[in-house]
Design a protein around this ligand. Structure first.
Ligand code: EPU
Length: 338
């Protein structure tokens, strides 16, 4: 276990905000975590992963916890199906790479998503037509009050678009220690996403010759083309979630903007890309002080160097005001403000 006091969180948030916490604790096992739990009753605490979905608006006066549980084990096999149990503290993309290298398929489309395995189960990360909840089977947690291990089947985790029970009723009550993914020894590419199919066509990669390595490489290139490189430019990926409007609201918008991209949802509502709304509102590529809107993907707000969390928030507020004025849609952040 490592422990630091008055510790800079700069290496622990992808927005590169220089906030400090009173105490920072990294644990290597469930037993170590259990020993820390009693100290959390006196003060605020926050469990982080790779810090890729956080915006620190000020110093954090309590304890920040971080898991260093990074084991990967095959726990069951049945025909082509393989269940892999992985520690919450493993870097997500290292896990994806490990799986592909070991002939375990299913996670290719989720290549290069910043963050750690634990957050994949909390946040239901998703990209290019696949989300974590499609493949996840079990989430092992520790109850913050009792220290008991509570294993939850995926069906119990209330997964939805970028959400789960861990972001709602269990927020701050359970820490994820391990996640089990059901992968396959047979590679079946998921190519539902139109931009992905176009990219594969452009490279002359037809579905029958495509390997998981090829697909991973294409996903990585597509992400690098659109999104900032986390080590160079501070950001938290998508800053907002894509909003959902009802049919009537959608029809009104479509009449005014016939080219508006949209996805019809099974419940009759319609999801509209926030990036498109922000671009239409004139914000793509703009800057306010040390905060900016990424020129290639307006859904991503960036730290242009030395920004505070409040600088980023001011930009976010200005964007929300304009999007609401133009479209009657109130954007909701995907990023957690701390
Ligand atoms: N668009 C614009 N202008 C922009 C950005 C997007 O017009 O500045 C349009 C695009 O042309 C496209 C549509 O909006 O028609 C959707 O854009 P894109 O395919 O880039 O996806 P997204 O909906 O903006 C979501 C995820 C991303 C994920 C991509 C690919 C959310 C909040 N974001 O973005 O996730 O990589 O799909 O699957 O759902 C993340 O969560 O950090 C993240 C990057």
């Amino acid at each position: 276990m490592t422990e630091h006091f008055n510790y800079s969180l700069l290496p622990h948030n992808t927005f590169h905000i220089d906030a400090r916490c009173r105490r920072y604790v990294e644990y290597d096992s469930e037993d170590e975590l259990r020993k820390i739990l009693p100290s959390l009753t006196h003060e605020r605490f926050l469990h982080i992963g790779g810090g890729s979905n956080l915006l620190f608006l000020q110093d954090f006066p309590g304890t920040i916890l971080h898991s260093a549980i990074r084991s990967v084990d095959i726990v069951k096999s049945d025909g082509d199906d393989v269940w892999v149990r992985v520690g919450a503290g493993l870097d997500w993309d290292q896990f994806v790479e490990y799986c592909i290298q070991h002939g375990l398929y299913g996670l290719e489309n989720l290549s290069l998503i910043p963050g750690e395995v634990g957050a994949s189960a909390v946040q239901n990360i998703g990209a290019y037509g696949v989300e974590a909840a499609d493949l996840l089977t079990l989430v092992e947690t520790i109850d913050v009050t009792t220290g008991e291990i509570e294993s939850m089947r995926a069906e119990e985790c209330q997964y939805g678009y970028r959400t789960s029970i861990f972001k709602n009723s269990l927020r701050g009550k359970r820490f994820v220690t391990h996640v089990t993914y059901k992968l396959s020894r047979r590679f079946v590419p998921r190519l539902d996403y139109a931009a992905l199919r176009r990219e594969l066509e452009a490279r002359g990669l037809s579905e029958d010759v495509l390997t998981a390595d090829d697909l991973r490489r294409v996903i990585i290139d597509v992400r690098r083309e659109k999104l900032p490189e986390p080590s160079e430019t501070g950001s938290a990926g998508s800053f907002f979630v894509n909003p959902v409007v009802n049919r009537e609201h959608f029809e009104r918008l479509l009449a005014a903007y016939p080219e508006m991209p949209h996805y019809l949802l099974p419940d009759g509502n319609v999801k509209i890309p926030a990036g498109w709304l922000i671009q239409q509102a004139g914000w793509r590529g703009r800057q306010v002080g040390r905060a900016g809107v990424w020129p290639k993907q307006a859904l991503v707000l960036t730290n242009l160097g030395g920004a505070t969390g409040k600088d980023i928030l001011a930009l976010s507020d200005a964007i929300c005001t304009d999007v609401e004025k133009s479209f009657g849609i109130v954007l909701q952040p995907e990023v957690n403000f701390i």
